[in-house]
Structures are given as C-alpha cells and as structure tokens.
Design a binder for this molecule. Structure first.
Ligand SMILES: Cc1ncc(COP(=O)(O)O)c(C=O)c1O
Length: 398
C-alpha cells in the first residue's frame, strides 16, 4: 500500500480515536456493490466475508436500497409508544415462514438472545416454577454482553469482565449421552446454535438436536435456538432449525435479517410469550421502521422460490474448488452448512492468510487462529466465487 494513500491516513487516525478492541485491515472500504468492494485508493476486492454473515444479499442490493430510501422519506423513528407498518408486516412475514406466533424486535444478536433468556425466565416465573439454570454449550458464541459472554465459554471473552451471570452450565456440543445429566427440572432453558459459526462452522448432528428437543420437552425446559448467524438462508434453509425436523420454543435472529441494517428479532409462540406484558421489556430502537422495511425485503427475497436451492448450488462450487486445495495439503479440513464454510489451515495462521488475501484483493473472516471462515452474500455471482477462490489458491500456494 502506498505510504501516503488515503487508506493509510484514515487508518492512522483510526488508531488514535478508536478504542483498541479491534484490529481492522489496513485499508478503508469506500463503496461496494454486490460481492465487490473498493477501498479509498479504488482497489477492488471480492467479498467472501459478507460482513460476517450479514450482507445476505450483497452490498447495495437495488431492492434494499429502494426499500430504505422509500421508508426514509416517510418515517424514521417513532418509539414504542407508537407502532409502525413495516414492523407489523415483518413480524407477520416471520410468523408465516416459521413456527413462531409472536415477535420482539431489537437491534442485534446479543439483544435478541438477552430477550430470549428473559422470555424463558418470565415464562417459568409466571408458572410459579423456580428454575435457576440455563444450559449452554462449550465453544458456543452468543454475543458480547455480560449475559452472552456468560452463555459462551471463551476465557478470552470473559477475562477481566467477571462476575459473570450465575446459573449457566456448559455441556459438550453434540454429546447426546451427556444431555440426560445436563437437563432437569431446574433447567429454565437450553440455548444452542444449530451450527457453531464462531467456533469454525461445526454443525450439530440431527440426533443431537432431536434428543435435545425431546429431553427439554420431558422437563418442560425451553429450547432456544440461536439463529443469529445461521438464520435467513445462510445454511440453505430459511432458519437452521429447519434442517433438523424439530420445532424450537424460541429462536433468535439478527445479522443476515437486515442485510446490513442493524436489527435483531426474538421469535416465539403465544403460549410462551404471553407473559411479556407491557413494562416487562423494551428497546428504544427495536422495530425501527427503516430497519424493518429493509428486513422485510430481505426475507421476501430469500423466501422466493428457488433462492435457497441456489445457495446450495453455490455451496457446491466452493466445496469442489476447496477440496482440490485440500488435496494440495494447504487445507486440512473443510466444513460447510450452505454458504457458510470453515477451512482449517495446515501451516499458515488465519491472520496471515487474511492479510495476504487483502493484498491480492480478497476479503474473508476467520474463526479462531487457524480457521478461515467464508460467509459470502447468498446471491454471490458464480464468477465472483471463482475469482475469489483463484485468489485464495494463489495466497495459499495450492
Ligand atoms: C450465533 C451468534 N449469536 C449471537 C451473536 C451476537 O450478535 P451481535 O454481534 O449482533 O450482538 C453472534 C455474532 O457473531 C453469533 O454468531
């Protein structure tokens, strides 16, 4: 990168004025369209990161741009003293396509999970049940709020932020035998990711999810499926729980739901949600008409006939190419769930591969020190997939 480039100047300012909790790339994106992005120096990149599974329909999708622009000329914000049509329409759309009957809107995945746990506690408390336990799983990721780092099990995420939320126990993901010991009448809820994305794209087995559903039902514990990363088409189904032939009690959605506009949603049934009466919970921005207008369009497009079949077809293009790299011994394992792919690297660190890829014009994300994570737009053109994969091959020396 040129020494006095616009990227460099801004990046230096970043280090001066921002909290140092992130370590972003050295370039500053200026504009983006579809699965391509250009930086301040007009260099082009292929985007396989998708804003970490957020830009579900790519950048600047014309129909999303129109939805946002049209709504921006009507109403931006109201507060929960007044409701709005886009929020009602989105809630109806989500109930039409899932098991859910009632929706609560927030602004992020963390908030959607906070809401889910509150709904579960309120449900049991209202039924005069004293349940002080939440079951979560090792290597899970549920967000960065204090509740969510307590639900997750990463020492790095927790270090220095204690005390954590009490009453949370962590089981082993995909361990069916252990479930009997983990869940009993003290369990208020179990929260599980259908695919552990931050851990490196590890999918739950169907047997595990079905047994989990059965045991939670036996003990009247609620099953919360964290679909923040897996939802809205990422796995090739509208929601990941649909891959397991189970019906959860609560799901949480965010990331891809807004296609790049912040929104979170917690979806449940009337029987469970009915105790969340006025005054029990709220959010200033949740259900904002701008966010809901865009999310409506996202869900409409992802639910169109044939859209998810295309996601599965595109997944195969990635897998075919990546398995060749595996043969070349630069990748040791590939895991996928739709357009969500984890690749374990043989010798390089994920950080060095990400940096080398930026140099050559490819954006990806990582999952841990040695795993590359791809979560591109669900509508990424085949041409961009192949172009990005050729760059990856060059970087890895396959
Ligand atoms: C499964 C899962 N849950 C929750 C979250 C937290 O979402 P947010 O960062 O929007 O709070 C994430 C974010 O990566 C996630 O992957």
């Amino acid at each position: 990168m040129k020494v006095n480039s616009k990227n460099n100047q801004l990046r230096e300012l970043y280090d001066k004025v921002m909290l140092p909790n992130y370590s972003p790339a050295s370039f500053i994106p200026e504009r983006a369209e579809g699965s391509r992005l250009w930086d301040k120096d007009n260099k082009e990149y292929i985007d396989f990161g998708g804003g970490i599974a957020v830009n579900s329909l790519g950048h600047s999708h014309p129909e999303l741009v129109k939805a946002l622009a049209d709504q921006s000329k009507k109403i931006w914000h109201l507060s929960n003293y007044l409701t709005n049509e886009p929020a009602i329409e989105l809630a109806e759309r989500l109930t039409k396509h899932t098991f859910a009957e009632n929706i609560f809107f927030s602004n992020s995945g963390s908030e959607a999970n906070e809401t889910a746990i509150k709904i579960a506690r309120k449900f049991h408390a209202s039924n005069n049940e004293k349940r002080d336990r939440i079951v979560s799983f090792k290597n899970s990721f549920h967000g960065r709020s204090l509740l969510n780092i307590s639900l997750g099990s990463s020492d790095m995420h927790r270090d220095g932020f204690e005390p954590l939320m009490p009453g949370i126990i962590h089981g082993k993901y995909n361990d069916i035998d252990e479930l009997e010991k983990l869940i009993d009448r003290r369990t208020a809820a179990v929260i599980v990711e259908p695919v552990q994305g931050e851990a490196g794209v590890f999918e739950a087995s169907k047997e595990f999810m079905q047994r989990l559903r059965d045991i939670t039902r036996e003990h009247n514990a609620l099953l919360i499926v964290d679909e923040v990363q897996s939802g809205v088409g990422r796995t090739g189904s509208l929601y990941g729980y649909m891959n397991f032939d189970i019906v959860p009690d609560i799901i949480t959605s965010a990331k891809g739901l807004g296609g790049g506009i912040p929104i979170g949603a917690t979806l449940t049934t009337k029987t469970i949600g009915k105790f969340m009466q006025p005054g029990t919970h709220g959010s200033t921005f949740g259900g904002n008409p701008l966010a809901c207008s865009v999310a409506n369009k996202v869900v409409e497009i992802v639910s169109e006939e044939g859209f998810l079949t295309e996601v599965k077809r595109k997944e195969k293009i990635f897998l075919k190419f990546l398995s060749e790299l595996k043969k070349d011994n630069v990748i040791s394992d590939i895991r996928s769930a739709g357009l969500w792919i984890g690749c374990d690297l043989v010798k390089d660190t994920a950080e060095s591969v990400l940096n080398d890829s930026y140099d050559k014009g490819l954006i990806m994300v990582s999952a841990g020190a040695n795993c590359l994570r791809l979560a591109p737009a669900l509508n990424i053109p085949d041409e961009d997939i192949l172009k990005g994969l050729e760059i990856l091959k060059e970087v890895l020396g396959g």
